[in-house]
Design a binder for this molecule. Structure first.
Ligand code: AMP
Ligand code: MG
Length: 356
């Protein structure tokens, strides 16, 4: 081999090494994890993303698309949503997307499990109380009339031979998926995050918080359970959660989220499907912790409705993992959360009690 060909080979080898190094650099750059935080507004609430992964802006775009899709399907105040279409056609089977069908399936399962304390057919009652626009105490006759139409067992789900999905509510019924739609949406957000290669972060949607993976050092995340007082933004208690293989979700239902006062009584947006009443009683908030966002969301609403005795029983028996805060400032936690409480995190004026 003469000198010229040797030199040529050397040059090609050097160029190859440079090209490989550049490619490796690009791959490392693309795969480098970065922290990114942003807030958007959907489903009548703030959605906050605080994530750490490669290409986090792209991951948020994917998660945001999942939120928008759910919002468009489930917002009963938007006439073009599928839930609004079902409500307009009460008494008829309405063809819906697979997502709406699955949401309804999940909602009916939860309604059964909670003996109807969570009931997605409370729509007419919600309208009567006016929590969508102008809250007011309804006329008792109107309330009795609406109450007669509430009942999740009157809803039917069906499929046709072509695989279409149908939902049929009874005449006079109206759906309100407000107590589970955000949980369902967070479930979809979780899938979108994983598909986008995002394994770490906190995504919060209204009173629902999704913890992806187990944090930067694998030991979990510190998450506050909100003080259930009006205008408060501080935590009543801080928990260290998410140190498991599964994602973790916290859902809080509370009287402080949407309410009005009349004659010294606070009326909140969570309605008892058996009485039609929504006056605050002993509980100010219930937080359910689960790996399934739909379950956490639906159950936090259901136990808020069931009240303090039933909620404390559920915390004590291990039926749910969670936190309940009463009107006297006692924070009840299930026994399995005892070692998750961040030391000295209980806010002034509150007292911690472990049940079980
Ligand atoms: P959440 O904040 O998850 O507890 O959901 C509260 C929302 O769910 C309310 O604003 C209503 O839209 C709806 N809702 C109220 N009471 C109930 C109930 N008993 N069962 C199902 N949904 C309810
Ligand atoms: Mg809920």
């Amino acid at each position: 081999m003469d000198d010229t060909s040797k030199n040529k080979r050397r040059i090609i080898a050097v160029l190859l090494v440079i090209a490989l190094a550049a490619a490796a650099g690009v791959i490392m750059y693309v795969n480098r994890t970065r922290s990114y935080a942003t807030v958007t507004f959907h489903m009548d609430t703030y959605v906050s993303y605080d994530i750490n992964c490669p290409r986090p802006e792209r991951a948020v775009r994917k998660m945001e698309a999942a939120v928008k899709e759910c919002e468009e399907l489930f917002d009963r105040f938007d006439p073009s949503s599928e839930i609004a279409k079902i409500n307009r056609n009460a008494g008829e089977a309405v063809e819906v997307s697979e997502q709406t069908y699955v949401l309804m399936f999940n909602a009916l399962e939860l309604a059964k499990q909670t003996g109807g304390s969570f009931d997605p057919t409370i729509g007419a009652l919600s309208d009567l109380w006016g929590f969508g626009d102008e809250p007011r105490i309804p006329d008792q006759d109107d309330l009795a009339e609406c109450l007669a139409d509430v009942g999740f067992h009157k809803v039917t789900l069906s499929r046709d031979e072509k695989g279409g999905y149908y939902v049929c509510i009874a005449k006079g019924q109206k759906l309100d998926l407000g107590a589970i739609a955000k949980g369902y949406t967070l479930n979809e957000v979780g899938f979108a995050a994983y598909k986008a290669g995002c394994r770490e972060g906190i995504i919060s949607l209204g009173g629902n918080v999704l913890l992806l993976g187990s944090g930067q050092d694998g030991s979990g995340y510190k998450v506050g359970v909100r003080c259930p007082d009006e205008n408060s933004n501080s935590s009543a208690l801080v928990l260290k959660l998410g140190d498991t293989a599964d994602d973790t979700v916290l859902s809080t239902s509370g009287s402080y989220e949407r309410f009005f006062w009349e004659d010294g009584v606070r009326y909140c947006h969570i309605i008892d499907p058996f009485t039609g009443d929504c006056a605050e009683k002993d509980l100010k908030s219930v937080t359910v912790i689960s790996s399934d966002p739909r379950r956490a969301d639906g159950l936090s609403t259901a136990y808020y409705v069931m009240g303090i005795d039933r909620t404390l029983d559920a915390l004590a028996s291990g039926e749910i993992t969670g936190v309940a805060i009463d009107r006297y400032g006692t924070i009840y936690i299930s026994e399995d959360l005892m070692d998750k409480v961040v030391p000295d995190s209980v806010a002034e004026g509150y007292e911690l009690e472990v049940v079980g």
